[in-house]
Design a protein around this ligand. Structure first.
Ligand SMILES: [Zn+2]
Length: 304
């Protein structure tokens, strides 16, 4: 499997977009959406005032359609881990994810080295969720991240890098680069591909990268995405994160989706110690309906 999904435009002609897809091997919607985007851009010879480079991340896990092989590749991007990886010879790396990460780090550094205009770079990491429901973006703590996130017509979750350690958002944050993760719906929902595509197009249009004259091609798709997320708050804060480990036997109660309202004391899930009750009133995010993963659910509230 090839790591490069595609590239378009020129370095140093505007914003560089580094787009990552399939860091979780069972989340392929981003890859399909990017393939459609590159095909469309090339076919219509669209003017792109910047550079877009898109990479597949966990190739080994993508081959077998699993979230990961040995460990979650999107929890390995903290400083000490990266230093440790760079100190080891490639042959000494004994997990699929360590090998993937070293190759990705090389590739990302190679991309960054070609953009002299260091102020104009943004990273976008594409995901889908096991639960159904609305889309969302998650930002890192660089000042421009929320501005980029608000270019997509979906709710923004701020402050997540304080809760979730070692995501790609953190790696780019530490390099001073704005980053957003985009969750476009349920893993196997065919519409997640369209929501991914139009989320990215909306970002490119609002960032002034695509010529305005092309915007009518995309109006309908972007409007569909906006409608899908209608009525939800623009920005929410994380109130609670229910972290889990593999031997917790965590089972989420059926019927929750992204942004479902929950009340304090509500029976949300069970694990080996019994019932798990909501510690806060708010909205639930990313309730876990798959075996692999270390986040049971999040509770968020509308930011004031
Ligand atoms: Zn994911």
């Amino acid at each position: 499997m090839k790591r490069l999904i595609g590239e378009y435009g020129e370095y140093n002609s505007g914003t560089l977009f580094i787009v990552l897809a399939g860091i979780h091997g069972n989340e392929k919607a981003g890859i399909f959406a990017l393939e459609k985007i590159f095909e469309y851009f090339a076919l219509n010879k669209l003017q792109f005032n910047g550079k877009l480079v898109a990479l597949k991340c966990n190739l080994t896990a993508l081959e077998v359609n699993q979230r990961f092989i040995h460990k979650d590749l999107n929890r390995q991007w903290y400083d000490s881990k990266i230093k440790k990886l760079s100190a080891l010879p490639f042959g000494m790396l004994n997990t699929a994810e360590d090998r993937e990460q070293v190759q990705l780090l090389d590739y990302i550094q190679h991309i960054l080295a070609q953009q002299e205009d260091k102020e104009n770079i943004v990273m976008v990491d594409l995901h889908t969720t096991s639960a159904a429901g609305a889309c969302m973006t998650i930002t890192n703590n660089q000042p421009k991240s929320v501005d980029f996130a608000r270019m997509l017509p979906v709710p923004v979750i701020s402050g997540m890098t304080k809760v979730l350690q070692g995501t790609t958002l953190e790696y780019f944050e530490n390099m001073g680069i704005p980053g957003i993760a985009y969750e476009a719906g349920q893993h196997d929902d065919i519409e997640s591909i369209e929501r991914m595509k139009y989320g990215l197009i909306s970002l490119f249009l609002n960032a002034g990268i695509l010529d305005e004259k092309h915007s009518n091609f995309f109006t309908e798709g972007i409007e569909r995405l906006r409608k899908y997320n209608e009525g939800l708050p623009y920005v929410v804060n994380v109130l609670y994160h229910h972290a889990i480990s593999d031997d917790d036997n965590f089972v989420m109660k059926a019927g929750y989706s992204n942004f479902s309202k929950v009340s304090k004391g509500e029976h949300l899930a069970d694990d080996k110690n019994g019932a798990i009750l909501a510690p806060n009133t708010g909205m639930i995010l990313m309730p876990l309906y798959q075996k692999k993963g270390n986040d049971g659910f999040f509770i968020v509230e509308k930011a004031s």
